[in-house]
Design a protein around this ligand. Structure first.
Ligand SMILES: Nc1ncnc2c1ncn2[C@@H]1O[C@H](COP(=O)(O)OP(=O)(O)OP(=O)(O)O)[C@@H](O)[C@H]1O
Length: 587
């Protein structure tokens, strides 16, 4: 008996090791070592054991990003009753569950990047109670699941197609379980298969008629000319608005260049009169979206997740409305829950949310308008033309403010894998006193993992580039890059047009150290402030630690705060400040 027990332990250990390897050194890798089960106890993260056998694997919300290549990877885990890999970025095809006949409680692979068909082995799991495969990229048809035990089921938002098998079980779930699969048809979706197929063929025939093809080419050309003209008008407008500063978007990566004015008009057209804005301070009921849109909204710029507009409340208070796009398909409840989570974050260096709006057409975030724009424009804008110098003490103060905000976020954001996830200079706003306010934080949970990984993380860490792996330490890397940008004035590569002068800041700093840096690495604008050199070198040392290639070697944000706070402002700035105090910008 002991021999067979040992064999089980070995087999299950092999299966778990393969799983660990598939996930490319996940955060728990160090923890998954030794013997996985000791009786009913397991010290392995996310594992539960019963009589030395693994009965449950729950690895949710961990930012895992590997690929499962072997469909029989779990075959040795024959006592498994529950499997949850929910909300990671795992790719590959679905496992074959033929050998996991005890899988009775739940299989949850939702919110990942799985591709290929749904495994027909699921039909053999006669006691399975819950199956969640939503928000992946599964394609093909749904297998004829008909186990009476199945009471919770969701395959929404995949690329499934064809007719939903006409089984009692599959018919018992409402359309919500199937939504977001445009090519799926059958009773539960209210979409009759025959009609949709006919329609599809009609469209195909229509598109293939030769005379129409030429009409489409001409229409395409007209559209292109129109788009170029709109872009020209938009650029002209942004230049006028910028007063010598460049707009962050002017130097932003391509792909986000949808006409923002057109975007605004769409928003007005699709808006119902009575759409409510929920304000966290309780003003909610009195303020409707139509009031918000009455004031001519000024476009501020377009980012990865939507456009920002400046509007004015009835009280005269300027506010910013961020129109979100590319979100995960969320219910009002899910969205509100996340917003309420963010509403409790209050820190002097965090840009607080005032409220939000959610409807099927629009998802908006409302916040205060930050008078002095963003750090990107302050650093890189208007170089050479009528620019108020951005002096050392102001830069140091921004570095301190941002470190404090990030440490606070890391402390408050509980289980979030990457508490900010999108730290970059344009997401550091400046108020009327040039106090830095970190914004656009904690959006990762409401965007699809695939987009979160590619749009967010402006300064991409080595582990992201190699394995698309992110963690809280990615935020630390981003902070290090922000420091390098602040000290050197170099334009980061993510914001520079292709072929431009952008620098991969996190890697550049290591090269600079190898080549024994001198004061020449500092921004020319700081060159005259010799008494600040010591502080600049100290801050570069902090940046260097934050940009350690190995995430484990990077410091925690709390340590970073201590190190940055220890750097004293210099005296030369104060004289300049006095000279400038008659000017509009305080440094
Ligand atoms: N509350 C605010 N006050 C003043 N300007 C703002 C405010 N919020 C956003 N902006 C500005 O509006 C512009 C667009 O912001 P948005 O957040 O949409 O894009 P981004 O920060 O450049 O990119 P991303 O979407 O990746 O964060 C930026 O120039 C930003 O600085």
């Amino acid at each position: 008996l002991e021999d067979s027990q040992d064999q089980y332990l070995r087999d299950e250990n092999n299966a778990l090791t393969a799983l660990k390897q598939a996930f490319d050194h996940p955060p728990f890798a160090g923890n998954w070592s030794g013997v996985q089960c000791s009786g009913n106890i397991s010290s392995w993260f996310g594992l539960q054991c019963l009589n030395n056998r693994v009965v449950s694997i729950s690895l949710t919300d961990l930012g895992l990003s590997g690929m499962i290549r072997d469909p029989l990877i779990l075959a040795n885990l024959t006592e498994l009753t529950l499997l949850s890999l929910k909300n990671n970025s795992i790719s590959g095809t679905m496992m074959n569950f033929s050998y996991n006949q005890k899988l009775i409680t739940s299989i949850d692979l939702s919110l990942n990047l799985f591709t290929g068909p749904i495994s027909s082995s699921l039909t053999s799991l006669n006691l399975l109670q819950s199956l969640h495969l939503n928000k992946n990229r599964f394609n093909g048809s749904i297998p004829p699941l008909n186990q009476t035990s199945l009471t919770s089921f969701d395959v929404s938002f995949n690329s499934l197609s064809g007719e939903i098998p006409d089984t009692v079980t599959l018919r018992s779930f409402g359309p919500k379980a199937y939504v977001g699969n445009p090519d799926l048809c059958g009773e539960p979706t209210y979409k009759t298969c025959v009609v949709s197929r006919k329609k599809h063929n009609k469209i195909k025939d229509f598109l293939l008629k030769p005379s129409l093809i030429s009409i489409f080419i001409i229409l395409d050309f007209i559209l292109l000319v129109f788009q170029i003209y709109s872009l020209y008008l938009f650029c002209k407008k942004s230049n006028k608005k910028g007063h010598g500063k460049i707009n962050a978007k002017a130097a932003a990566p391509s792909g986000h260049n949808i006409d923002i004015e057109q975007d605004k008009e769409e928003m007005v057209i699709t808006t119902e009169d009575q759409m409510k804005v929920t304000f966290f301070n309780g003003e909610g009921g009195s303020f409707l979206l139509k009031d918000l849109l009455k004031s001519p909204a000024e476009a501020l710029g377009k980012g990865s997740f939507g456009s920002c507009y400046k509007a004015t409340k009835e009280t005269g208070q300027p506010i910013v409305v961020k129109r979100l796009r590319n979100l995960s398909p969320l219910s009002l409840e899910e969205f509100s829950k996340h917003m309420q989570k963010l509403a409790v974050f209050h820190h002097p260096n965090l840009h607080s949310l005032l409220g939000y709006h959610f409807s099927s057409e629009e998802k908006l975030l409302i916040s205060n308008f930050a008078t002095n724009g963003n750090l990107f424009d302050r650093l890189h804008g208007g170089r050479g033309i009528n620019r108020t110098p951005f002096q050392w003490n102001s830069r140091l103060s921004v570095a301190k403010d941002v470190a404090k905000a990030m440490a606070y976020l890391h402390k408050m954001s509980g289980g979030m894998i990457i508490p900010h996830g999108n730290l970059k200079a344009s997401n550091v706003l400046l108020d009327e006193n040039d106090t830095a306010l970190v914004t656009d934080y904690c959006l990762t949970p409401i965007v699809p993992p695939s987009l979160a990984a590619s749009f967010m993380l402006a300064y991409k860490s080595p582990e992201y580039v190699r394995r698309r792996k992110v963690s809280r330490k990615s935020d630390v890397w981003s902070y290090g890059c922000l420091l390098v940008e602040l000290i050197t004035g170099k334009l980061p590569d993510y914001s520079s047009p292709e072929g431009g002068k952008g620098v991969d800041l996190g890697n550049w700093i290591h090269k600079a150290v190898r080549e024994e840096w001198t004061f020449e690495v500092f921004d020319l604008e700081l060159a005259a402030q010799r008494d600040a050199y010591k502080g600049m070198f100290m801050l570069l040392q902090v940046a260097l630690r934050c940009c350690e290639k190995s995430p484990e070697k990077r410091p925690e944000m709390e340590e970073v705060v201590e190190e940055v706070e220890a750097i004293k402002p210099c005296a030369s700035d104060e004289d300049e400040d006095e000279q400038e105090s008659s000017g509009s910008t305080s440094n």
